[in-house]
Ligand binder design. Structure first.
Ligand code: UDP
Length: 418
């Protein structure tokens, strides 16, 4: 078996207060149709990044619905994760040096993992490129497909991939029963992909990261990090990664600081175990901040966990998510849920979350980012009004119950004979 991530069953009752009774009833009746189905999710890390975040909520809830749902994490190695990070970058459009040796490193590790994989499930959901070749390898080795329905869930923006890597990966997706993408723009053309379902990710409204914190708690957390709660503050919560553009965030902060001299910036990012670039990019970010005492850079090594992320998103005047490419960007909905306006890159899944000018602003450059921050910092009344609208927008589209309903619908569809 791969690494099994423990998950206690969790009841949906606790969501009634946030979303009402109706969605909960719909989800329960869908789960009843699945009749004790065995479900397996496989991904590459149990910590750091949006996928781990989603599974940490979805798996306990599926268990709470009576479904036999497991989450297993594949085994990797430094070489493997370097290759899969390159693959990830290439699928998001970066031109990379891609070699036969990299393909071998990738396939060899997936083969090792497949040898340990228990395939006795009704539904197997494979997340992202790292374990994507598993089904292809199983079919190749045994000349037959396993008994359950297999679904590939792609969390990244593959709308314009670097072709050499896309041509390697996407043919291996063909044997899947279904593919799930965040939005239709991300579905690459020219490959014989299985039927596609669109399911955006979601935030968990009752998780420690998203529950309402009282102002005294928020203040106490800021003060424990020596950040002045009474000064205007911008914040970006993201892995240290070129696609998240932390250097651009610092430049935008510098533009805004010319108009708002008191301004502070908090950059917080956990280091995911499957992201070898993280440490290098953290150092580049620290260098770019050049010792500015109003720029705070934190990682999980400083104890930044869910409640701290919550406190920074809640207390910031503006949350930034200045991504250059973005599958979804859970941090955007997390901030909007807390009624904090967001200034974010006009890319990928972020576009689904911000109605430009409502929850915040979509920006295409560092200058626009700086200007949008200035506009929001100078107009607190409008900020509040937008916040309520944004909270409602997220509640009806991007919370856990919406996601569960979509997944269970897909399982029911796949188990219904044609
Ligand atoms: N996150 C966190 N601590 C950090 C940085 C990020 O808990 O220091 C969380 C963040 O709140 C969000 C997730 O990690 O829930 C990042 O998901 P997103 O979709 O924004 O980006 P990804 O890392 O998946 O590209």
């Amino acid at each position: 078996m791969l690494e099994l991530i423990p998950a206690k069953p969790k009841s949906l009752d606790r969501y009634i207060e946030s979303v009402g009774e109706e969605p909960i009833e719909t989800i329960r009746s869908l789960a009843a149709k699945l009749d004790d189905a065995r479900i397996l999710h496989v991904n590459a890390t149990s910590f750091g990044g949006g996928v781990a975040e989603l599974l940490a909520t979805a798996v306990p809830l599926m268990r709470g619905l009576g479904l036999d749902c497991d989450w297993q994490v594949m085994f990797g190695s430094d070489d493997f994760f370097n290759v899969t990070k390159t693959m990830h970058n290439a699928l998001q459009g970066m031109e990379v040096a891609w070699t036969p040796q990299m393909e071998k490193t990738y396939l060899d590790k997936v083969i090792d993992n497949v040898a340990r994989l228990d395939t006795d499930y009704d539904f197997v959901v494979i997340h992202d490129p790292q374990p994507a070749a598993m089904l292809h390898i199983l079919e190749y080795e045994t000349q037959q497909l396993p008994r359950g329905k297999w679904i590939w869930r792609c969390h990244i923006d593959t709308s314009d991939p670097f072709l050499q890597v896309a041509d390697f990966l996407f043919p291996m997706i063909e044997p899947y029963d279904a593919a799930v993408f965040t939005m239709s723009d991300f579905v690459p053309s020219g490959y014989g992909l299985p039927p596609v379902t669109l399911i955006p990710p979601c935030i968990d409204p009752i998780a420690l990261k998203n529950v309402r914190l009282n102002p005294a708690t928020v203040r106490a957390i800021w003060e424990s990090y020596d950040v002045d709660y009474d000064r205007p503050t911008l914040c970006q919560i993201s892995r240290f990664d070129p696609w998240k553009d932390p250097l651009g965030v610092i430049d935008a902060y510098r533009i805004a600081k010319e108009e708002v001299p008191d301004l502070q910036l908090v950059l917080a990012g956990s280091m995911a175990t499957d992201d070898p670039e993280g440490m290098h990019y953290l150092h580049r970010t620290e260098q770019h901040a050049a010792g500015d005492p109003d720029v705070y850079i934190f990682t999980n090594a400083h104890g930044v966990g869910s409640i701290e992320v919550n406190a920074f998103q809640t207390g910031a005047d503006v949350v930034i998510q200045k991504s250059i490419r973005e599958g979804f960007g859970l941090t955007v909905s997390e901030a909007l849920w807390k009624r904090t306006p967001v200034v974010a890159g006009n890319v990928g899944g972020i576009r689904m979350q911000i109605e430009d000018g409502e929850g915040g602003f979509l920006v295409d450059s560092i200058e626009q980012c700086g200007e949008a921050c200035i506009a929001l910092l100078k107009d607190p009344t409008q900020r509040m009004a937008r916040g309520n609208h944004a909270h409602e927008f997220v509640r009806t589209r991007y919370v856990t119950t919406v996601l569960l309903e979509k997944w269970l619908n897909l399982f029911v569809e796949l188990s219904t004979p044609d």
